[in-house]
Design a protein around this ligand. Structure first.
Ligand code: HEM
Length: 386
């Protein structure tokens, strides 16, 4: 007897499959706007990276121990003893970095194509929360190996909210689970990283994708003048799905190559008695960290809180009708300025407190990112690079 037929009739005897066949076919064949291209695969790539993080995270959880006595040693163990332990630890570490890049690029794509405009404001807002939670994954995950860099970056990072009037100190103690970064902080960050954030992101992605499917991908037509896609559209299946398959395999290749060729070092175990020379956060927090150096604590906090606030409110601030980037010169200029300032502050943060050679001349870059020529015979503080 034909196995496929037997399984098919076993299922149809029990479930009214016909009822869901039509909506599934509709979703698969739904035409996408003609401008849908490679950049429209960034959302699915973000989803792929989230799934990869969950899978490699589950593998890490088998041997990871969230206590200050065992955390560092358990990561050392994962990297040397279990079968392919080194690989899934590196894929998880690199996956976290790539996820931030890809989610950010996806956000830029939806900004450039004006997809955040009516009626997709809620999709954009759910996306902003997804972006912030992705950064939250980075911040909480960084502490888990309990090494020197992580310990001190978290000490500095959890000091920032203390500048908020009235509730600042309470917030700092709440994050740390005590006056200092210690075992309580580690267990708090662990719970946030492996339970709270993954479930929050799971439900947010479900909502985000439902909205995207329900409302369809935005065309480049101005708001209120959307034309029917008709025959010009690209079918989701197989055309767009094939593109997503291609980028999926490329990303998988990049991820594994990075994990093998540029492995993340574990460094030294956290030592609260020994402060390193220059404490810096991960690269994606560098622009924020640099801005905080220039402004008074309270003002600095206010300035850096404006960025997420603007992101949330953007669909309600820019209510112009055109979506085509060429017809939005003001938005695009603002966008380029924001990207440039992120880059400049990020670079200043990266090179601060380091010695660099520019055109054969040695410079010391001070804490504010300003270069000072090193005079011959002058002594400068040693720099401990990451
Ligand atoms: C884990 C994070 C995210 C996942 C898994 C995700 C997933 C997706 C997917 C699969 C699509 C449809 C295909 C595409 O346009 O690429 C999409 C569309 C969209 N996403 Fe996201 N996304 C994420 C984060 C974000 C962020 C950070 C924003 C912006 C702040 C955002 C805003 C949007 C918008 C406005 C659309 C509609 C695009 C259109 O109609 O042209 N998403 N998302």
């Amino acid at each position: 007897m034909n196995l496929k037929k037997t399984i098919g009739s076993w299922i149809t005897d029990r479930f009214d499959v016909e009822k869901i066949r039509e909506p599934i076919n509709y979703q698969l064949k739904k035409p996408l706007p003609p401008h849908t291209g490679w950049f429209h695969t960034l959302g699915s790539l973000s989803l792929f990276l989230f799934i990869s993080q969950v899978l490699t995270g589950i593998l890490l959880l088998i041997y990871y121990r969230p206590t200050i006595r065992e955390a560092f040693e358990s990561v050392q163990f994962i990297m040397t003893k279990p079968y392919l332990g080194w690989l899934y630890r590196q894929v998880h570490a690199w996956g976290g970095q790539l996820m931030i890049i890809i989610v950010f690029l996806h956000m830029l794509r939806t900004f450039i194509t004006g997809s955040f405009k009516k009626p997709r404001e809620i999709t954009w807002i759910s996306g902003v929360i997804l972006f912030l939670t992705t950064l939250g994954f980075g911040f909480t995950g960084y502490l888990l190996p309990w090494n020197q860099l992580a310990y001190w970056a978290t000490t500095v990072g959890t000091e920032i909210p203390a500048a908020i009037p009235w509730v600042g100190d309470w917030l700092k103690t709440f994050l740390r689970g005590g006056p200092n970064v210690g075992g309580e902080t580690l267990s708090r960050f662990f719970v946030i990283h492996v339970i709270i954030l993954p479930w929050a992101v799971f439900f947010l992605i479900a909502m985000h994708l439902f909205l995207v499917r329900f409302q369809g991908i935005a065309t480049l037509d101005p708001v209120g003048e959307e034309k029917d896609i008709g025959k010009k559209g690209i079918p989701f299946f197989p055309h767009h799905l094939l593109k997503e398959g291609v980028v999926f395999f490329i990303l998988l290749g990049v991820l594994v190559t990075l994990a093998i060729v540029f492995p993340f070092e574990l460094g030294e175990k956290a030592d609260p008695m020994q402060t390193p020379h220059a404490i810096k956060p991960e690269w994606y927090f560098l622009p924020m960290y640099q801005v905080l150096k220039f402004a008074e604590k309270m003002w600095g906090l206010l300035i850096i809180s404006l960025a997420p606030l603007f992101l949330f409110l953007w669909p309600f601030l820019d209510k112009s009708r055109p979506r085509n980037p060429l017809k939005r010169p003001l938005s695009m200029t603002f966008f380029v300025l924001v990207l440039l300032s992120l880059l400049i502050f990020g670079l200043m943060g990266y090179f601060s407190e380091k010695n660099v050679k520019i055109f054969n001349t040695d410079y010391h870059i001070d804490i504010y990112g300003m270069p000072h020529k090193i005079l011959p015979n002058a002594t400068t503080e040693p720099t401990h690079e990451k």
